[in-house]
Design a protein. Sequence first.
Length: 292
Amino acid sequence: MSPPVGAGTAGAPPSLPAIGFVQRRAPFSLGIDPFKTAFLAGMEAAATRAGATVLLQLVADHHDELACFRRWAEQGWVRGVVLADLVDDDPRLPALAALGLPTVVLGQEPQGGGVSTVEVDDRGAMRQAVAHLVGLGHSVIGRVSGPVELGHTRARSEAFDLTAGRGGANGLVLPGDYSEASGREQTRLLLRGPLRPTAIVYDNDAMAVGGLAAAADLGISVPDDLSLLAWDDSPLCQLTTPPLSVVSRDVPSLGESATRTVLAMLGGRPAMLVRAPDSEIVVRGTTAPPRP
């Protein structure tokens, strides 16, 4: 477990009210996760304006994450916590309730109550993505998803299957892990399969970058022979050649909303539901109608 980022004097709680956020990835991977980087920037911006701070902890697995929450509560390091990447029967929710730490969840509102939620409409965003590709004329659409155990991955999967079916398209899905390498490998598998897609949507931007590289490796022209649609509009999407079309959302604003909601709970507000702004399709250079 790495030392916390954003803490004050070692061994002493921070002097400002702190909001905790734990990232279950190796420290070296943080720099290639544009979503979490932008989300944390938003959290920190809102915290700074309110005279608070954000405490980030990088851990290897969920056991370390739960241990981190216990240590934070026992030592008074944080006064509230933001959670992302929920799974079914997520053990973090009852653990944080038992510790008495006000909690804000990013994503879908969990059952059971007691926590606040910054709700993201992943189903609606995926419907937009598939409808955009179907509208261009694509009838075989691939997808490289995020980890299948995550709640928002399943929400997107349900919307992908339903919208593709209603649009008369065949949907092909392979799971990724949000890394560029997994996007590259799963794109290769999709393009070498018996039913080759003419468009692929990715659950984040790093995997879409990998998909663009895979297409180049195979000599497939984007967007002439293959359309690619990324997720989350980080600067990375505009640095590729051609620049990536995306399902765009204001990620820093999600972090700001999460911080403001934690601070509202610390001020005595009960658990609340905050709806994030809808996503939108930003068309750049990687989506086009399929060849006749």
